[in-house]
Design a protein around this ligand. Sequence first.
Ligand code: ADE
Ligand code: ZN
Length: 346
Amino acid sequence: MPLTPEQAKTICAMPKAELHVHIEGTLEPELIFRLAERNGVKLPYANVEALRDAYAFTDLQSFLDIYYAGASVLLTEDDFCDMTRAYLARAAQDNIRHTEIFFDPQTHTARGVSIETVINGIERALAEAETQHGITSRLILCFLRHLSEEDALQTLETALPYFNSHGHRLIGVGLDSSEQGHPPTKFTRVFERCRALGLRIVAHAGEEGPPAYIYEALDTLQVERVDHGVRAIEDEALLERLAREKIALTVCPLSNVRLKVFEDMGQHTLHQLLKRGLAVTINSDDPAYFGGYLNENFLATFHALDMTMDDAYTLAQNSFEASFIIDSEKQALISELAQFRAANAT
Ligand code: ADE
Ligand code: ZN
């Protein structure tokens, strides 16, 4: 059954968490051009329209090439703050109550921008959003998997003063960028060190890569959540394990369609994964590039797949349960969702 306008409104108003968003992927073309001008950075695109026209992706790599070019305009603390502030204002409109944000320090340090500039700029906007919008947040540092493990180890060392330190929201590490040919086991030692430091652990796996990469993320990196993980559908034993061990998948439907993981939204396996008892969540990944923020991901999914309002509440509940906040904060958000549900029961 297609969603009624009333149901769509309820899904949009529902309190929810976002657990898979790359802050550099929230950089809208207009802001890219504004920052390029502010910083005197020359872009290989004539204007906003020409840049947007280039967003015709054929796979993950074709997207990453443009995404890294877009991030080249970020130089100062104010740039990182402005980008993060814009995302959080948009997140507030989608009734996101808590967000766990990825950032890619190596993309910036390779251009001579210090990790201090990156983290301080993002943190300033996160602190501001907590008072201005009531949105809580955490930060997750992602290692770029197309670079070496040595580079990741060095990056980790430079970030150590910021992890779990007073006033900072940086709590964990992830693994992103080009998946094929860069298996999780390439980063065994750096994740071992992260675990010894008590950091929270996630990794992109099974987006374009095979189910074997999801096994490696679980067994070798010992992830607590799998980012994407949609190719788990190809492996029955893996599905059973993910359900049994309650390992959440942070699924990004519009991203998967734009990067041709699925031909169209009607082919997306999110509903099947949910019916198999997996802790599925819906997320936006790189909303400025994939045609929608969190609510647009919810609506596109629900319009294409035969899902119910019970499913919507399950997805929102999963997003809070799979978050890395302390239990009391988690319970408060889950209660808020229960109250919303009671108030909106038909
Ligand atoms: N970096 C930003 N978005 C990504 C994605 N969808 N997969 C891998 N790396 C990414
Ligand atoms: Zn991602």
